[in-house]
Design a protein around this ligand. Structure first.
Ligand code: ADP
Ligand code: MG
Length: 238
């Protein structure tokens, strides 16, 4: 579960094409990172996968099922954003359980799933607190917790750490790597930070204005960049 295939994906905003035919096979449990400069289409592509942005052309297939026209709720994916938008009047526990509650899950099941996520994210001591008393890193963990409780087949992250200071970014990067190990789930992670990409990714997809400049392991990209754009972006000596 969690294999995602992108077939000739295109996105047009009016007569401007921002995603120009992307083909990619993402394996089950793979940690894929989309990198590229600001405006190259990373968020748009991620939102197309998540269903928040309509696919103009092409096909999206998840575990063999064509979900191109499906709404976000039917794709089994969960998105974590840079602005985590927690509900300020709810406790951490309520924030994490909210989507399950609105989905009609029984109380005992919500408690169990929130408890499990809190353990993984080291939030057990904070469950009864409000978001405003938490640190930035803890708030981001709560946002990730909201995704975990929904048990998605894949997680989609859009620059989840870019609001955090440098030290916290390093710590959270490590946390996200551990989360991937613990959950064994497909993760698609967008960043413009090369170091984040190199340390987290099984494979990196370098985007250059709506097309794929190169796909490969961090090592492949570093040692054999396909062109100057990739070399400059990855910071290798080519
Ligand atoms: P990135 O996340 O890599 O910075 P985006 O995916 O946000 O890039 O944007 C890619 C391009 O698409 C940019 O030129 C941006 O201005 C344009 N774009 C994004 N969303 C819209 C929209 N809703 N309407 C028109 N243009 C958009
Ligand atoms: Mg973006």
């Amino acid at each position: 579960m969690g294999a995602i295939r992108l077939e000739g994906l295109e996105k047009w905003f009016g007569d401007v094409q921002v995603i120009k035919g992307i083909d990619l096979d993402i394996a089950d449990d793979e940690f894929i990172v989309f990198v590229g400069p600001s405006g190259c289409g990373k968020s748009t592509l991620l939102r197309m996968i998540g269903g928040l942005e309509e696919i103009s052309r092409g096909r999206l297939v998840i575990d063999g099922r064509d979900v191109t026209a499906d709404p976000p709720s039917k794709r089994g994916l969960s998105m974590v954003f840079q602005s985590y938008a927690l509900y300020p009047h709810m406790s951490v526990r309520e924030n994490m359980g909210f989507s399950l509650k609105t989905g009609g899950a029984p109380k005992a099941e919500i408690a169990e799933k929130v408890g499990d996520a809190a353990r993984i994210l080291k939030l057990e001591d904070y469950l009864d607190r409000r978001p405003k008393v938490l640190s930035g890193g803890q708030r981001q963990r709560v946002a990730i917790g909201r995704s975990i409780v929904r048990d998605p087949t894949a997680f989609l992250f859009d620059e989840p750490l870019s609001n955090l200071d440098a030290a916290l970014r390093v710590e959270m990067r490590y946390e996200i790597a551990k989360l991937h190990q613990a959950l064994g789930r497909t993760m698609i992670y967008v960043t413009h930070d090369q170091v984040e990409a190199m340390t987290l990714a099984d494979r990196i997809v370098v985007l250059e204005y709506g097309t794929i400049a190169q796909v490969g392991t961090p090592r492949e990209l570093y040692e054999e960049p396909a062109n100057l754009f990739v070399a400059q972006f990855i910071g290798s000596p080519a």
